[in-house]
Design a binder for this molecule. Structure first.
Ligand code: NAP
Length: 306
């Protein structure tokens, strides 16, 4: 039986693994289907403390993993397809193989929702981004487009006007965003709003970088091609909590509800990172949360006489 299984290998999971391994708990980290998490699909990270020149996202998570392995963490490439948290030891099914564990740290993250068109997927990290805070800086003075009609899209569009003018593209006339956020967008002279408009293609896959976007107006059918350098998709996130439904307390959108600190409603199960955080979603906050979860886990086991 394991002391602790950590689900997820983004900043939260890796940091939890560093702390848990240094506490001699020999954690098993299950990477999940997006090994490295959100950082593995970004390019330069300039806001993680300690790297004045910035650091490549995939390199940063790989370094974290190596650091955890150095202290004895074990990584398994796989996905948890089922859990049984009804009694301890907890049971975790990794691609068909059941493992038993005394405690569990859930760091499965929240995946950005994408439009799903092929050209968008091919240009992620090459001009296509799901994080204005992370990547906005690279588009100073360039042509920026934001997709979405919710609070995230409005917030990102407003934020991005620090760097340049922004076109906000939304598929309907009415916005899902709260009135205050929408009013801010409408009052911002640097934002152009394109409603009833969908994206047919992100250009240019053959050049391997975003150069423009093919748009279509749903009401008139009119198509147009625009030059774009930074294409920000802000159509929501999906917390990766499917396997916990009915076992952990989740809010209506599927995020884990915290029961104080890193605790969930099940004693011995802890949360870390974006799977519980719909507000900050930063590498550094996820790492901080991973640290909290590992410390709470260690104290929980210690109180049980481990
Ligand atoms: P959201 O409220 O679910 O809005 C998603 C938006 O993306 C909607 O406008 C939706 O269009 C659009 N969309 C979804 N799928 C699409 C697709 N395939 N193609 C084109 N458009 C698509 O998500 P969110 O904006 O991320 O907000 C999530 C939650 O966090 C909300 O409760 C929000 O209030 C909260 N939040 C709050 C703040 C804040 O207060 N500062 C900031 C960010 C988020 P339709 O409207 O047509 O469905």
């Amino acid at each position: 039986m394991r002391n602790v299984i950590i689900m997820g290998s983004g900043c939260a999971g890796n940091t939890a693994a560093i702390y848990a391994s240094r506490a001699n708990l020999k954690p098993l980290v299950v990477t999940g289907y997006e090994p490295g998490g959100q950082l593995s699909i970004t390019s330069l990270v300039e806001n993680f403390p300690g790297f004045p020149e910035g650091i490549d996202g995939p390199v940063l998570v790989e370094q974290m993993k190596k650091q955890a392995e150095h202290f004895g963490a074990e990584y398994v490439n796989g996905t948890v397809i089922e859990v049984d948290l009804s009694k301890r030891p907890f049971r975790v099914n990794i691609d068909g193989t059941w493992e038993e564990t005394s405690t569990l740290i859930v760091a499965t993250g929240a995946s950005a929702r994408w439009l799903g068109i092929e050209s968008e997927q091919k240009l992620i990290g090459k001009g296509v981004s799901s994080c204005a805070t992370c990547d906005g800086f690279f588009y100073r003075g360039k042509k920026i487009m934001v997709i979405g009609g919710g609070d995230s899209a409005c917030e990102e569009a407003n934020f991005l006007t620090r760097f340049s003018n922004v076109a906000l593209v939304h598929r309907r006339e009415e916005f899902r965003a709260s009135k205050i956020m929408l009013d801010r967008v409408r009052a911002n002279p640097k934002i152009e709003m394109l409603t009833n408009t969908v994206v047919d293609e992100v250009l240019d896959v053959s050049q391997g970088v975003v150069t423009g976007v093919k748009l279509r107006n749903l009401k008139t059918g009119a198509a147009e091609t625009r030059e774009v350098d930074g294409f920000f998709v802000a159509i929501g996130h999906i917390p990766n909590t499917k396997v916990f439904q009915g076992q952990l307390d989740l809010d209506p959108d599927g995020y884990i509800i915290s029961h104080g600190g890193a605790r969930t409603n099940v004693a011995g199960v802890f949360h870390a990172g974006d799977v519980q955080d719909r507000i900050y979603r930063q590498a550094i906050t996820a790492s901080g949360a991973g640290c909290m979860a590992a410390i709470e886990c260690e104290r929980f086991l210690e109180a049980e006489g481990h």
